[in-house]
Design a protein around this ligand. Structure first.
Ligand SMILES: C[S@@+](CC[C@H](N)C(=O)[O-])C[C@H]1O[C@@H](n2cnc3c(N)ncnc32)[C@H](O)[C@@H]1O
Length: 211
């Protein structure tokens, strides 16, 4: 696994970015103490990036694929207007229970609607278009999600895909998941209907704008 950035620079970046509110700090600490694979939590720098993008795009309808313990959903909800909404897909009841316990304590929690079940099925049943979509679930299905999500992203809307560097494994893919992330990145960069920038933030974040 490649360390993408010097940990000291990571800490510097964290210190000089927007600071998360105490509830989010508590959520991150709780996740590290009690949950399996806590490193999946979005964390403060990527959280600051998400809230910046929500504000810059003036997004009102957000779809999230992969709620986990709710860090990214709560971060985005904080800067959404009162009539904004986040639909968040999650398959694991334990993760959703933790997320709910923190969402219930947030004054912005009412903007978040959790949809339980396999996200491909949930998305197939959604109505309307979204301004911003955050893709952060099972990497094996990233290409299938892309095919499903682009039609429900409005023109000019933003799709944010996480873990697109997959800890550097995209350079020498071995496992099925590695190949899935490579296939996703190739698909997006060859798609003339979108414009993309792959940022080397954390585990790689692609910003994909639908033309
Ligand atoms: C990387 S975590 C999401 C992190 C989250 N966005 C955050 O900020 O903390 C991925 C989540 O996707 C969920 N997931 C995995 N496969 C799924 C599927 N097929 N449908 C819905 N959720 C799924 C996992 O249970 C996990 O909670």
């Amino acid at each position: 696994m490649i360390q993408l950035i010097d940990p000291a620079l990571d800490a510097y970046s964290e210190k000089h970015s927007h600071q998360p509110i105490p509830l989010l700090q508590e959520l991150e600490a709780y996740t590290y103490k009690h949950c399996k694979w806590p490193q999946m939590v979005t964390g403060s720098v990527q959280g600051a990036l998400l809230r910046m993008l929500v504000q810059l795009t003036h997004a009102k309808r957000i779809l999230e694929v992969g709620l986990f313990t709710g860090y990214s959903a709560l971060t985005m909800a904080e800067v959404l207007p009162e009539d904004g909404s986040i639909t968040s897909c999650e398959i694991d009841e334990g993760n959703a229970a933790v997320a709910r316990s923190f969402i219930d304590r947030s004054p912005h929690g009412h903007k978040i609607n959790i949809c339980m079940g396999p996200a491909l099925e949930t998305i197939a049943g959604l109505d309307g278009q979204y301004d911003l979509i955050f893709l952060d679930a099972d990497k094996e299905n990233y290409c299938s999600y892309y095919d499903q999500l682009l039609p429900i992203l409005r023109s000019g809307g933003l799709l944010i895909a996480d873990n697109v560097l997959w800890s550097g494994r995209v350079l020498e893919p071995k496992e099925e998941t590695d190949h899935a992330v490579v296939a996703f990145n190739d698909k997006v960069s060859n798609d003339p209907t979108v414009e993309v920038v792959l940022l080397t933030v954390r585990d790689g974040v692609s910003l994909i704008r639908k033309k």
